[in-house]
Every structure is written in C-alpha cells, then in structure tokens.
Design a protein around this ligand. Structure first.
Ligand code: SF4
Ligand code: SF4
Length: 200
C-alpha cells in the first residue's frame, strides 16, 4: 500500500458525500420557496423601534442602574456594612462606612455609608449585591441608559445613586422620628418625617 493511499480514500469519501442525491422539490422550486420567505417578511409586523425617540418598556424585574433607598422620613437605609461590595464578583462596589451620632445621623443604627461608589465599567448587572444587602438599601431600577463619553462619569457616587427625596422626607442628617429607635425603622413603623426632625 503506497503512502498516498489513505489520502485518496479520504478524497473518495468526500466525493461520495458531495454526490449524495438531494430529495424533495426540484432546485428551482426550492429557490422559489426561499424567496417567498424573504418576500412574505415584508408584510410582517415591524419590530424595529426608533430608539431613542421610542423606548419600549422593559421587563418589571429588569436589572438596571442601582438605587440607594431611604426610609419614609428620608434617613438612608444603607448602614455601610460593605456586604454588597464583598458579594460583587466584579469588584465594582466600593463602600466606606462611618459612625452616626445623635447630632449627625444619616441612617438608623450605628453606621452609615459615607462613601458609596459603583463602577459601571465593571458591573455586569448580576444582582448579587442587592441580594446581599441586609436592609434592602440597595435595589436595581429599570434604567438602562448608562452610556457616557468618559470612563470617569461611569463611576457613580453616592449622590448619583441615592433615591430622590419624596414627599414627607427630609434631607439627612437629622434625628430619629420622635419616640422611635432603629428597630422602629426596620419594622416599618416610621411612615413619614416629623417637623421636629428638621435641622435648624
Ligand atoms: S450587579 Fe453584580 S456586578 Fe454589578 S455591582 Fe452588583 S454584584 Fe457587582
Ligand atoms: S447597600 Fe446594603 S449591603 Fe451595601 S453597604 Fe449599604 S447596607 Fe450594606
């Protein structure tokens, strides 16, 4: 047997596979069928959306930009525990906690998040951070428009992430609602701010 023989056997096998008879309609009919698919597609409902003028609603549980939530009187829910940062597989969160005091209170309890950053150049929107948060301070919104023209702008600071002050909320720092403690906040017994909480 010559050295070339095995190669010839492969070539023969390839030739045989090329010559396998194709069953079904004649080639012209098959082409016609293919063109019909293209033609019929012109009359189907168009699913293209003229973004950004038109924005389709996303799924209710879509993972978009994060939000740092507040209690109903405006105090921050974040206690600076860093669990979100430890849970993040992309190392996208940086937290520095600090102590609350009676004069400078930002959140119920001992600590608050003094520095809070999320690097959206790293974030993969997996949601592990919001699962790790013990106070539901961190959640994700449906906002997905996060493109920008500089890398620096995609590192969001605490001010960028904090939920806006809604009606009945006061900008921290401010004291507890009169007659309450941190447990009342965690159990949802504070439902709005009190005039005495306003900082003079
Ligand atoms: S969504 Fe995932 S990647 Fe993004 S900050 Fe949270 S844990 Fe990190
Ligand atoms: S967002 Fe939640 S997990 Fe992260 S530091 Fe604040 S309280 Fe802790």
């Amino acid at each position: 047997m010559s050295e070339l023989e095995p190669k010839r056997a492969i070539d023969d096998a390839a030739q045989e596979s090329v010559n396998i008879p194709i069953e079904g309609p004649a080639p012209f009919l098959r082409q016609l069928k293919g063109f019909w698919v293209t033609f019929a597609a012109q009359f189907k409902k168009v699913t293209t959306v003229q973004y950004p003028e038109v924005k389709e609603p996303v799924a209710p549980r879509f993972h978009g930009r994060h939000q740092l939530n507040r209690h109903p009187d405006g105090l921050e829910k974040c206690i600076g525990c860093e669990l979100c940062a430890w849970a993040c597989p992309a190392d996208a969160i940086y937290v520095e906690g600090a102590d609350n005091s009676d004069e400078q209170r930002y959140s119920p309890g001992e600590r608050y998040g003094k520095v809070y950053q999320i690097n959206y150049l790293r974030c993969i929107f997996c949601g592990l951070c919001i699962e790790a948060c013990p106070t539901r301070a961190l959640t994700m919104t449906n906002e997905y428009e996060l493109a920008d023209d500089s890398r620096k702008k995609l590192i969001f600071e605490k001010e960028d992430l904090l939920a806006p002050l809604r009606s009945g909320m006061l900008q921290p720092p401010h004291p507890y609602y009169p007659g309450t403690d941190d447990q009342d906040y965690y159990h949802g017994r504070v439902t709005e701010s009190h005039p005495s909480q306003e900082q003079k």
